[in-house]
Unconditional design. Structure first.
Length: 321
């Protein structure tokens, strides 16, 4: 079946030939399966997220190859057995808008960093007379100077060719800066519309708020509890007790972008928030290390963020639609 609306409809008609379709398991609802998931939900069919099958579970033989029919059968059996219970993100609201804009901003930031590094490299290898003129300039000053170089259309020697290259990269840097500023303005507006209470919390700016919103999706109620949200962010402690020793180990799973956002929020609060500073002093007196304290703080921040997201859903329909 082609991955088009006509193909999705043909797939659904084929499946309905075996009986009523009440539920469907789709792998990759946030990537390649997004179109199919949207089509099925529009037709009133419940969609569940199916995890990619582990390689060791494909079969007892190591030489067993991957095949689409076997993966599809496993997905269907996972839904029938109740193993696939995750509700996918709806991807039809303002949080999805934030996600796509933030993805564009991320790529623009990487490209601007690459342009800045290339400018520095061109300056290092520039001819002596040009290097003397550009030595000691910051990246911002270097971009400003190089972008104003006046050169003919046909570079005829190494100095003019170097100036041409510097001007080209500097103007690319300026264009990317304008693009990033425009994306930042759109993101700030959308985040303020979706969850104004979130950016008002200590240590949470627009970027961290956008990251946490993207993890929860347009329908954060799909997460059954704040413990589910903490697990999704990789901040839920994992039991590692043995005998009389009761301990928990670090959770290395979950969304690492969200985990990093929570980490940066904790660092900001440890520097500026009086309530957090008092908590750190109390846990330090109990013998906890700084690393252990930050792990506890990330769990508390995840709980606070989840409550804010749920309150936003209760107050405003666009985020939970």
């Amino acid at each position: 079946m082609p991955t088009t609306p006509k193909g999705y409809e043909g797939l659904l008609c084929w499946a309905e030939g075996f009986g009523p379709v009440r539920c469907a398991g789709v792998e990759g609802t946030s990537s390649y399966g997004a179109g199919l998931a949207r089509h099925l939900k529009a037709r009133g069919i419940e969609v569940l997220e199916v995890e990619r099958p582990k390689r060791r579970r494909r079969g007892p033989r190591r030489n067993l190859k991957k095949s689409d029919p076997s993966d599809a059968e496993r997905a269907a059996r996972a839904v029938l057995a109740g193993e696939a219970s995750g509700v996918p993100k709806s991807g039809d609201g303002r949080v999805e808008m934030i996600r796509v804009l933030r993805a564009a901003r991320h790529s623009a930031m990487k490209a601007r960093t690459q342009a800045a590094n290339q400018l520095q490299g061109l300056r290092v290898t520039a001819p002596d007379e040009l290097l003397t003129r550009l030595r000691g300039l910051s990246t911002k000053e270097l971009v400003s100077v190089a972008a104003r170089f006046r050169i003919g259309d046909d570079p005829h020697n190494v100095p003019t060719a170097t100036k041409f290259a510097l001007r080209s990269v500097a103007r690319r840097y300026e264009a990317l800066s304008e693009e990033i500023a425009e994306l930042d303005a759109h993101l700030a507006r959308l985040v303020a519309q979706v969850a104004p209470e979130l950016v008002s919390l200590p240590g949470i700016g627009t970027d961290h708020a956008a990251t946490l919103l993207i993890v929860a999706g347009d329908n954060p109620k799909r997460l059954r509890s704040e413990a589910s949200f903490a697990s999704l962010c990789g901040v839920s402690p994992i039991e590692a007790s043995s005998g009389k020793v009761v301990r928990h180990r670090l959770n290395r799973g979950g969304n690492r972008d969200a985990n990093r956002a929570l980490y940066m929020i904790c660092l900001a609060r440890m520097r500026r928030d009086r309530r957090t500073q008092e908590y750190v002093a109390r846990r330090t007196a109990e013998g906890k290390s700084k690393r252990e304290i930050i792990r506890c703080l990330k769990r508390y921040v995840a709980r606070e963020v989840y409550r804010v997201l749920i309150s936003c859903v209760a107050r405003s329909s666009p985020i939970g639609s």
